[in-house]
Design a protein around this ligand. Structure first.
Ligand code: NAD
Length: 558
């Protein structure tokens, strides 16, 4: 593909006519293609006559047809394949559809269907999207980045495929995750697709059945570890700084040892964040702030019991502690309100195993117990948060315990995909007689109980990361800090209305995701200016300035 350069701050939308491709090249360029919506005059001017059927359609007519085609597919995976092909043909139409039908399409573009797609990414593969950087490219990673056709990547979502959602090591097939997340950046925060770069670092896979698959897309070799891995990632980060100096790097779905290590290594040196740790933590903190309003019990009086002590769990714990500290609670008191059960039982001091730093920070003085039910009985948490990724664990007995101890027990079953959720929305509402304040990671349908409809909240990271990315880009933040994520969490929680809360929702409606992302972006940029991390002079009206940078999926006239 011809390398393209934007000739103004609004990138391709402002491209001059002189460097516009014509004919088949134009139709094959998904950022510029309008397909049957090219007007008569454009067809003449751009040598398109004859290459398209004669009737000219409006964007609305095209969207109606595409939606009908989408709905005709008889499985979620087929719908995913259809949307991917649409994105590869015509990005404007793809984003129009996604934005106008976000609640219907998001579970296809992202969790849960994207997980299913990654499992079979080799099998369903049609056309490459994103940049694949493999161990074979060592020593020339910058050269590989320069092959990307767009000069000015500003958001890079990168995975090494080791822990895809709750599905484990999918190696190079994890590419579906950066592709999906970046689609959400453009749809939800209006970051122009031109600026988005999905990257998969192929360092091998320890998934033996994938390596043996005839359709596997990556290097069929065991994962690189230790210095070999660290040096490869370091070369990648160095190459990003050289080739795309304005880019923010979002780490996504790395295995938990590497995820924490990379975040600690780069967090203060590079504009980057880890969505599984920081994005999740901010989203769930926002849900807890809403739940505190619903239960009438302030955050500082909540006691959390996590099932799972990995990236998501300990990340949430850390932000909960920070939020309590902002409210005047001491760090020690705040930590005493966070309990964890991992695969070895309750996380207590002297348990006998060597704890990694992210877990050691939460080891409590307490009696060791091995099951979640025993831990619930001992701690009597006000909130139970499932982030172990192992499937049904909030049994009827456990939900009954929670319901007996509290008027409004908080039950967050956050593991993905749906099959890994700790309990269903129906189980939580039924067993607690509709008293549970429930949220999940994957979407659940509303539940009718005794004539009342309960709408489960989805603690979807999409509420936070697009806004954080947009805010960081808008002010050209040097780094992305935890304070920015805390600002994002409080801003998100403030968008939850009393009407949302009355139906059980602890998150706002996704239909207003663009407005939510804009508010979060403004709060994040505000925090960057406050802390001296913004590298761009502050505009007079920050919110209006950010709004003006937002991509609208509308055809331009050529
Ligand atoms: P992780 O691998 O870092 O952590 C998993 C943790 O679960 C580890 O501490 C492990 O010891 C523990 N665990 C494993 N088996 C267990 C068992 N049988 N009993 C108790 N604990 C057990 O993974 P993560 O990034 O923390 O993600 C965990 C889950 O949370 C995944 O399913 C993921 O999809 C989900 N998640 C949801 C959201 C969201 O809802 N927004 C965001 C991020 C992650």
């Amino acid at each position: 593909m011809k390398r393209m350069t934007p000739n103004s701050s609004t990138a391709l939308h402002a491209r001059g006519r002189h460097d516009l491709p014509a004919g088949v090249s134009l139709l094959n360029n998904p950022l510029l293609n309008k397909s049957t919506a090219f007007t008569e005059a454009e067809r003449d001017r751009l040598r398109l006559r004859g290459l398209l059927p004669p009737r000219v359609f409006t964007a609305q007519e095209q969207a109606a047809r595409a939606l009908a085609q989408f709905r005709r597919k008889n499985s979620a995976l087929e719908q995913y394949i259809f949307l991917t092909a649409l994105q590869n043909r015509n990005e404007t139409l793809f984003y129009r559809l996604l934005l106008d039908h976000i609640e219907e399409l998001m579970p296809i573009i992202y969790t849960p269907t994207v997980g299913e797609a990654c499992v079979d990414y080799g099998g369903i593969f049609r056309q490459a999207r994103g940049l694949w950087v493999s161990l074979r490219d060592r020593g020339r990673v910058a050269e590989v980045l320069r092959n990307w056709p767009n000069r000015d990547a500003r958001i890079i979502v990168v995975t090494d495929g080791e822990r895809i959602l709750g599905l484990g090591d999918l190696g190079a097939q994890g590419m579906g995750i950066p592709v999906g997340k970046l689609a959400l950046y453009s749809a939800c925060a209006g970051i122009h697709p031109y600026y988005c770069l999905p990257v998969c670092l192929d360092v091998g896979t320890d998934n033996a059945s994938l390596r043996a698959s005839p359709y596997y897309l990556g290097l069929p070799q065991p994962r690189a570890r230790g210095a070999e891995y660290d040096d490869f990632v370091a070369e990648f980060i160095g190459a990003v700084r050289e080739v795309f100096p304005k880019a923010l790097v979002q780490f996504e779905d790395f295995g938990n040892r590497n995820a924490f290590a990379l975040l600690h290594r780069y967090q203060e040196r590079v504009c980057c964040f880890n969505d599984d740790i920081q994005g999740t933590a901010a989203v769930v903190l926002a849900g807890l702030l809403s739940a505190a309003r619903l239960t009438g019990r302030p955050l500082r009086e909540q006691t959390l019991l996590f099932f799972g002590a990995g990236e998501a769990g300990t990340g949430i714990g850390e932000y909960f502690v920070s939020a309590l500290k902002e409210e005047g609670v001491t760090e020690a008191d705040a930590r005493r309100r966070c309990w964890f059960v991992d695969s070895k039982g309750l996380l207590v001091k002297g348990r006998g195993d060597t704890l990694p730093a992210h877990k050691a920070a939460f080891a409590q003085d307490g009696k060791p117990v091995t099951t979640l039910a025993e831990a619930v009985a001992q701690i009597k948490p006000t909130a139970l948060i499932g982030v172990a990724g192992v499937g049904p664990a909030f049994t009827r007995e456990i939900l009954e315990q929670m319901a007996a101890a509290h008027d409004r027990p908080i039950i967050f079953a956050l593991s993905n995909p749906t099959s890994k959720a700790e309990c269903t929305a129906e189980e939580a509402y039924t067993v607690t007689g509709g008293r549970a304040v429930f949220a999940s990671g994957s979407p659940f349908a509303p539940v009718n109980l005794g004539g009342k409809t309960y709408v489960p909240g989805q603690g979807n990271n999409v509420y936070v990361f697009p806004g954080v990315g947009l805010g960081a880009l808008a002010c050209q933040a040097a780094t992305v800090t935890d304070s920015m994520f805390l600002a994002a969490a409080r801003t998100l929680a403030a968008q939850v209305t009393d009407t949302d809360l009355a139906s059980g929702r602890v998150y706002p409606h996704l239909n207003s995701i663009r407005a939510i992302s804009l508010k979060i972006a403004t709060a994040v940029a505000e925090e960057a200016y406050r802390s001296g991390l913004a590298r761009r002079p502050r505009p007079a009206d920050l919110s209006a300035d950010i709004q003006a940078q937002v991509f609208q999926p509308e055809y331009r006239e050529y």
